[in-house]
Write a protein that binds this ligand. Sequence first.
Ligand code: Q46
Ligand code: ZN
Ligand code: ZN
Length: 311
Amino acid sequence: MKCRKCGATAVVHMRQHHLALCKTHFLDWIVEQTQRFIEKYHMFSPQERLLVAVSGGKDSLSLWDILWRLGYQVDGLYIGLGIEGGSDYSNKSHQLCEDFARERALKLLVVDVAGVYGASIPEIAAITHRGREKPCSVCGISKRHIMNRVAREGGYDVLVTGHNLDDEAAVLFGNTMNWIPGYLVRQSPVLEADEHGFVRKVKPLCRIYEREMAAYAFLRGIEYIYEECPHVGGSTTLYYKDILNRMEMDRPGAKLNFYLTFLQAKEGGLFAPQADRGRDTLSACPTCGQPTSAPGECSFCRMVLRIKEIG
Ligand code: Q46
Ligand code: ZN
Ligand code: ZN
């Protein structure tokens, strides 16, 4: 197959776009597409300061690379979760983020959960859930809390995450299977900052397939962690991704169509804003000052309090 732009041998064929490209034109195409989505969804301007959350995986490191190539002012944030497993997941992913930042002379902020809060994510989960559940809910609460806190304290305008189309389509699939209005209203390429203290959150890769991001990381020579977090196995998100991948095999573009028609339906007023009640009842947590729907301390601070009581 030949590159549509220059006629050289194509290395990537995107069936959903009927587009084959050589290495150079594919790497440029990803950067151009990302810039197009940044503008289309009014994510941020070159004057704003960005903080990109990096996990050491292909999506977040590639996104940092793309934003850097585009000339944005972008620092990275790595959160040390303290997940070991057989693969020493956290240490390896931390090292890859440090290497990436050093090679490009970029600034990486690091929050080590155990160092700052007295226990790692698996330890917090073991205490608060008595080890009965996977640490993912504790992990999700903690990551959201820490990302928002660091972005606010550092005076960043925008928090950027590397969610790709496969992630967004899987989340949408789950929200649709359960018809959760509040989640559907808030699922968006951009979540604006608000008076409650949430920093603006954006997902510039939301229309790019996971497969394309893997190709981008590989062709750019970005070193990333291949292993997934050892706790990811068996998640419903993976199950939904698998279903969507099978649909995509039969009907190229099915995933993209599912996500884009959802965004169009929202723009067309399918979901009334009243469905988004969640954020109206927020107040500031008395301990950390971040927004919470709980009457007293936020769920993160309650977890940390329990750790302190026990430890
Ligand atoms: S939530 Fe769960 Fe992930 Fe945290 S514990 Fe691992 S799998 S990293 S996206
Ligand atoms: Zn070409
Ligand atoms: Zn709090």
